[in-house]
Design a protein around this ligand. Structure first.
Ligand SMILES: Cc1cc2nc3c(=O)[nH]c(=O)nc-3n(C[C@H](O)[C@H](O)[C@H](O)COP(=O)(O)OP(=O)(O)OC[C@H]3O[C@@H](n4cnc5c(N)ncnc54)[C@H](O)[C@@H]3O)c2cc1C
Length: 427
């Protein structure tokens, strides 16, 4: 990998997401050598991926070069590499570009879509965890409308113009809301020769409310906003299969659609090599103590979505959200420096700043400690918070200008098929 051996201890960080980047920043001026590895050369701001999928933002406004983050940090090395295996007994990692020894290893690989073992659903549905996946979805949506224009078969046309989104967490709710706005504001203008009133947006949720991790008030308000926008919300309905055309559920309800988006679950992006007893069954998250140290290892740590840290308050682990990742990354940075200097480490304590979701223009819900509200003010807070946490001045400016433009013009100009999407399985 062409990394020099120095007298400083080597800390290898796998993953330049929220956790990996905030950890790296904490180590910037310390007497350590840091090697940051990621399979992408950019950091992805995942909360805005749905806006890329729906033509509201260009992908480069929510991605940021990792090399630029670390460019002024001495003793820092970035390598574009996919880590395949950890050989814990020899303090060695194996990647697609070679192997590397570490003194301390931090796993910050985040999570990936969980299809719960359903291969057919995995093959036929769309995920939205990465920039390329969001671009695939954007292309597919637009290609389907182009195809709908050409077919004489009414059933086929309706299937091409319907969407099923599985999972009514923030991702599902935000995507459904954005699609509903496209149906109202964009499609009638772009496709005047299609009856776009037939566009169906179905949001399917196995539980009894949308946004189940937020307050009941937020759930009710969000559902009301969705219904106002014309989204069909199907609660207590579990999707059981999808063959590329028909979505079956555990009830009598079936949907005919050419686009099913799977936003119903995630699991850790774990790397082989860590003792299986350290993994939590269903989610594959890695069990860590309150210092983010992986159980049974002295020099391996995990932070962010991939880590399972339980305590009195978070009996089922911390939530898999950006704030936890950022705070765990920072805390581990401080603790690693303490550990190397022989000082006492401080256990991690999550400061919950609240949660929020947007459903569309002027429509958002916010839960902040005891404050729970929705509507225009919540929407402004949502925008401010997302702009604040975006990395890079240019990205903030571009996103802000796009949002103002889209708001004033009721438009989404990034509705482009730049890279046509090829369906994984033939329909
Ligand atoms: C569509 C969507 C919307 C979301 N909305 C919100 C929201 O509104 N609010 C919120 O708080 N959270 C939201 N989240 C969750 C939030 O994005 C995650 O909790 C957060 O990204 C976790 O940070 P992380 O650093 O653990 O992982 P990530 O940010 O996912 O970073 C992991 C990094 O590891 C790299 N990597 C993975 N495996 C390997 C490997 N083997 N080798 C090399 N590199 C590897 C990846 O390329 C990636 O850069 C959303 C997530 C998604 C997908």
């Amino acid at each position: 990998m062409n990394i020099p051996q120095t007298s400083f201890p080597r800390i290898v960080i796998i993953g330049g997401g929220f956790a990996g980047i905030s950890l790296a920043k904490k180590l910037a001026k310390q007497e350590v050598q840091v090697v940051l590895l990621d399979k992408h050369n950019y950091h992805t701001f995942q909360p805005l991926l749905y806006q890329v999928s729906t033509g509201g933002l260009e992908p480069d406004s929510i991605a940021y070069p990792i090399r630029k983050v670390i460019k002024d940090f001495p003793n820092f090395y970035f390598r574009l590499a996919s880590v395949n295996h950890i050989q814990t007994e020899d303090n060695l990692i194996h990647t697609n570009i070679g192997s590397l020894k570490y003194d301390h290893l931090v796993i910050a690989t985040g999570s990936k879509t969980n299809f719960f073992g359903n291969k057919q659903v995995e093959a036929n549905s769309m995920a939205m965890k990465t920039v390329p996946q969001s671009l695939n979805l954007r292309s597919l949506i637009l290609e389907n409308f182009e195809e709908a224009l050409l077919t004489d078969d009414l059933n086929e046309r309706n299937a091409l113009m319907s969407f099923v989104i599985v999972g009514a967490g923030p991702t599902g709710v935000e995507l459904a809301g954005a699609l509903a706005e496209i149906k109202k504001g964009i499609l009638p203008k772009d496709y005047p020769d299609l009856d776009t009133r037939q566009v169906q947006i179905n949001l399917v949720q196995s539980g009894d409310r949308v946004l189940p991790t937020m307050s009941e008030k937020a759930s009710l308000k969000a559902e009301m906003f969705l219904e106002k926008l014309g989204v069909n919300v199907w609660k207590n309905t579990r999707v059981t299969d999808y063959d590329g055309r028909t979505v079956t559920t555990n009830t009598d309800i079936e949907f005919k659609t050419a686009t099913m988006v799977w936003a119903a679950g995630v699991k850790a992006a774990d790397i082989p090599g860590i003792d299986a007893t350290c993994l939590v069954d269903r989610s594959c998250r890695i069990k860590v103590d309150s210092f983010s140290k992986v159980q049974g290892y002295d020099n391996i740590f995990a932070v962010g979505d991939v880590a399972f840290m339980e305590n009195e308050i978070f009996k089922y682990g911390h939530p898999m959200v950006a704030q936890v990742a950022i705070q765990q990354g920072k805390a581990l940075g401080e603790n690693l420096v303490k550990m190397i200097k022989g000082a006492k480490m401080i256990p991690f304590e999550y400061k919950d700043k609240g949660s929020m979701a947007t459903i569309g223009r002027n429509k958002a819900v916010v839960d902040m400690k005891k404050l729970r509200f929705g509507g225009v003010f919540a929407w402004f807070i949502w925008m401010f918070v997302h702009l604040f946490f975006l990395i890079g001045f240019r990205n903030r400016m571009v996103v802000f200008i796009n949002w103002v433009y889209n708001y004033v013009r009721f438009d989404r100009e990034a509705r482009l098929i730049i890279r046509p999407y090829k369906q994984k399985s033939a329909r």
